[in-house]
Design a protein around this ligand. Sequence first.
Ligand SMILES: Cc1cc2nc3c(=O)[nH]c(=O)nc-3n(C[C@H](O)[C@H](O)[C@H](O)COP(=O)(O)O)c2cc1C
Length: 368
Amino acid sequence: MSTTRSSEADALKFAYWVPNVSGGLVISKIEQRTGWDIDYNRRLAQAAEKNGFDYALSQIRFTAGYGAEYQHESVSFTHALLAATERLKVIAAVLPGPWNPVLLAKQIATIDHLTQGRIAVNIVSGWFRGEFAAIGEPWLDHDERYRRSEEFIRAIKGVWTEDNFTFRGDFYRFRDYTLRPKPLQQPHPEIFQGGSSRAARDMAARVSDWYFTNGNTPEGVKVQIDDLRAKAAQEGRSVKIGVNAFIIARDTEAEAQQVLAEIIAKADPEAVNAFGHEVKNAGKASPEGEGNWARSSFDDLVQYNDGFRTQLIGTPQQIAERILALKDVGVDLVLAGFLHFIEEVEYFGAKVLPLVRQLEEQRRLKAA
Ligand SMILES: Cc1cc2nc3c(=O)[nH]c(=O)nc-3n(C[C@H](O)[C@H](O)[C@H](O)COP(=O)(O)O)c2cc1C
């Protein structure tokens, strides 16, 4: 059992991005010591749980979009990682449209039993129009995608928690359906969502357990959290917040900044620009023009979920303090990406996480 894992209920949680697609987490020709194959990923998952990580987030991708030439399917990959670990929770990413809610609910309920209740789901609403065209899926407008995702979440929750479930939506219908067995986790496996537009926040307030947003500063995340938590309170609900960060922790700040500069200098401009073109179907396409990638620069897009903007780049002490600043504005989980995954997960667990836990303890003592 890791000594860096805090037993306090309010301790920040840590997740890492499962590299189940090829090409690493940055769209750059810099050397990335990582792998998208199952052997590498099993070792990474085992290293992550030993080093204090609570969750792993898989990705769903059907086609290459930004150099991610190979993409393993997320639910099956998630099962394999759960089978190789003991405590880690693994989040399977799914897209309403290609996925049908009853199939997902049944798949996840079974995997929940096979893995002692450690699976969760991330419902992604989609931004990649070319991918939908390639697989013959009809493309919906931005806010319609969220209306469908919300029905999808209501449907899987209903199937997981109710007997004789009946539901009449615009996208999905159920009549007197009873799933057996229900999932092991009660009331149901955790439901995460990706997306940061107003439609995404409204959906999270009504139906999700967790809201994942792209990389951002504490001030930028706070605006979203305040809006989301106010809306959730009106619904009598609370929603937890996860923020993405590409972490570059090195013994000196100069070293860390040098790595960032090299990632950007070696960016693949064609792939970054192609990605920048595709993501215009996301946040910017929402009626209010907010959300993921609405204001991303070329440099931001080199890490495809704006992970540099969270600024977890520097020494372990600097990073730990910035992580606490995120916690201060209401963040519950940091979702981490790394350049050289296994090595850096180990460095993070050894050097950064103990400082985070110390700072959390100091704040607890101060508040007591
Ligand atoms: C942490 C996180 C993980 C995501 N994972 C995926 C994914 O695996 N596949 C995918 O197609 N989209 C993924 N997305 C994209 C979102 O589901 C969503 O389509 C996108 O962020 C645009 O949302 P917005 O317009 O509401 O900001 C992810 C987003 C976030 C923040």
